[in-house]
Design a protein around this ligand. Structure first.
Ligand SMILES: NC(=O)c1ccc[n+]([C@@H]2O[C@H](COP(=O)([O-])OP(=O)(O)OC[C@H]3O[C@@H](n4cnc5c(N)ncnc54)[C@H](O)[C@@H]3O)[C@@H](O)[C@H]2O)c1
Length: 258
């Protein structure tokens, strides 16, 4: 018996990288998954997996998100939302004003507004379904106690977009606890994905990174551990070179940054 037998999950940005692994892992726990992405390749990547319903959709567009929600409802409700779709971009603080504004729209529309759109559209249905989990895919940047000195200084907008998730994670965890909806964030360091590989020539990880980098499947395992554990309102770190396991539960006043 799986943790998510007869449950319906939604994963954004599922055509590759972390989202693909997260969607596949959810099906191994028994869930049926609406997996969507802006890339048309979403229609092919899960070929043969009858538990995955692929959709081309942009999480930053309300009409697309409504299509995703309607698809999940037709399957039987919504129990899990994984806000994974994300864009990473270098936006040095010295870049031009015009560049900064363009990058703001590109990054915030997906990383921040998209999380609001998808989650707020799903929450009423999650309440009707009796509760579940919202998992925000964040970054180790928001855990300064562990990442001090390592945050790339030229990714201020990306960093800000992920810090913004702290607000949603914390506020939703508190207000949705009464509906048995847990809200947490996974905040990992370097994880092997097309996004990470895109930072290097020929998309090849440097040997020292290749030896240590975390795998999307390992992070997917941590997500399932998190759901099984039942905690809410926490940013869960995963660190290159360390076991990918849940830390002890935190006291409420330490939850967000420790
Ligand atoms: N890979 C890492 O090292 C790492 C570390 C920390 C956090 N993250 C976060 O993990 C998440 C997944 O990253 P990844 O490394 O797998 O990246 P990736 O670029 O390989 O995959 C992201 C997917 O999201 C999709 N996407 C982008 N914008 C979208 C939109 N508006 N609507 C729908 N889909 C959209 C892309 O098409 C892509 O398939 C992101 O939120 C990222 O910020 C990644």
């Amino acid at each position: 018996m799986g943790l998510l037998d007869n449950k319906i999950a939604i994963v954004s940005g599922a055509a590759q990288g972390l989202g693909k692994s997260l969607a596949e892992r959810l099906t191994k726990e028994g869930a049926t998954v609406v997996a969507f992405d802006v890339q048309p390749s979403i229609n092919n990547v899960f070929a043969g997996n009858t538990r995955i319903k692929p959709l081309i959709a942009d999480v930053s567009k309300r009409a697309d998100v409504e299509k995703v929600i309607a698809t999940a409802i037709a399957l039987g409700g919504i129990h899990v939302v994984v806000n994974n779709a994300g864009k990473w971009k270098k936006t040095p603080v010295t870049s031009t004003w015009e560049q900064a504004l363009a990058d703001w729209d590109e990054i915030m529309d997906t990383n921040f507004k998209g999380v609001m759109l998808l989650s707020r559209a799903a929450i009423p249905h999650m309440i009707k379904s009796g509760g579940g989990d919202i998992v925000n895919i964040s970054t180790y940047y928001v855990l300064p106690a562990r990442s001090d000195g390592t945050n790339p200084p030229d990714t201020d907008l990306y960093a800000a977009s992920k810090w913004a998730l702290n607000g949603f994670t914390d506020a939703w965890a508190k207000s949705l606890a009464q509906h048995k909806i847990r809200v947490n964030a996974l905040c990992m360091g370097a994880t092997d994905s097309p996004m990470l590989r895109g930072l290097f020539p020929d998309k090849k990880l440097p040997p020292e990174m290749a030896a240590m980098v975390m795998s999307p499947d390992a992070i997917a395992g941590q997500m399932i551990d998190l759901m099984r554990d039942g905690r809410t309102g926490e940013n869960i770190g995963a660190w290159v070179g360390h076991p990918i396991e849940l830390p002890p539960r935190k006291a409420a006043h330490l939850r967000m940054t420790d």
